[in-house]
Write a protein that binds this ligand. Structure first.
Ligand SMILES: [Zn+2]
Length: 278
């Protein structure tokens, strides 16, 4: 693998029809060396080249909390993940709330009513925050919310995301559970990538290739990798992965797939939205 700096244009907020939406930035509740046990000095040196802004003072891990919107015909959108959410949301215990997603969507010209699908990569607090509001009303009134059936099945009913996300979306008829590989629409495919959570999924966005902007395919990873230390060395585990072996296998598979098709990665937590897979 090559570990160069991403070209300058990889810092932009849009690649083809994929728009990065930064909900929040913050400091993780554990130092980076606690969060990534087993990473060695060479791994950290590589990570510092791949994502220098993730290294904070005293070993702190500085991270972004990002969603992505994918343009669909007719001014409609697919949103991937729903951020940390409002001040009352389930992420408030550890993530930097409130997020700014409503304002960021408005600035991008995306109305909540024009979001036809919300893909939840997994049911963690920092990815489901804007799924519904404190009043229990779905934040995206016309959207199907698509999540893996295995993810819902594994979620404890006492988990705050159950009450914040699963229950209200079920009540409104907007929760759409799928099994495994799933074609969402033209050029948008859900890929099961278990390990971080049991029903974690990622999203492959095929761009038409050779278009005027020469946009490349994009793999929206979700939390298959949460830090550049796992990009430089996919064998490095994250302390909050449910199943480390499965998470590593999903990470290695997804990175290999991205390299093979020349796709960019779109990550939730690195400090830049689009990165090279290797
Ligand atoms: Zn996350």
């Amino acid at each position: 693998m090559l570990f160069g700096h991403a070209p300058h244009n990889m810092r932009m907020d849009r690649h083809g029809r994929v728009v990065a939406l930064l909900d929040a930035t913050g400091t993780f509740f554990e130092p980076s060396r606690t969060a990534f046990p087993g990473a060695d000095e060479a791994d950290w040196a590589r990570a510092a080249l791949l994502d220098p802004d993730a290294a904070g003072p005293d070993g702190a891990w500085l991270l972004d909390f990002r969603c992505f919107a994918i343009a669909r015909p007719g001014g409609r959108w697919v949103l991937v993940d729903a951020g940390v959410g409002p001040a009352q949301g389930p992420a408030a215990g550890w993530a930097p709330v409130p997020g700014r997603l409503p304002a960021v969507l408005a600035a991008a010209g995306i109305s909540a009513a024009d979001v036809e699908t919300v893909v939840l990569t997994h049911l963690h607090e920092d990815h489901a925050g804007w799924s519904a509001g404190a009043d229990g009303q779905p934040f995206f009134p016309a959207a199907r919310y698509v999540v893996q059936r295995a993810e819902v099945a594994a979620l404890d009913r006492a988990d705050p995301v159950y009450g914040w996300t699963v229950a209200p979306l079920r009540a409104s008829g907007q929760l759409h559970e799928v099994d495994g590989h799933h074609r969402l629409g033209r050029g948008i495919t859900l890929l099961p990538t278990p390990g971080h959570t049991p029903g974690h999924q990622s999203v492959l966005v095929e761009q038409d290739g050779g278009g005027p902007d020469g946009a490349r395919d994009v793999l929206v990873t979700g939390d298959v990798l949460v830090h550049a230390v796992q990009l430089g060395n996919p064998a490095v585990p994250y302390s909050h992965e449910r199943d480390r072996a499965a998470a590593r296998a999903s990470r290695e598979d997804l990175l290999a797939r991205a390299v093979e098709r020349g796709a960019l990665l779109a990550t939730a937590h690195l400090t830049r939205p689009f990165v090279e897979p290797g």
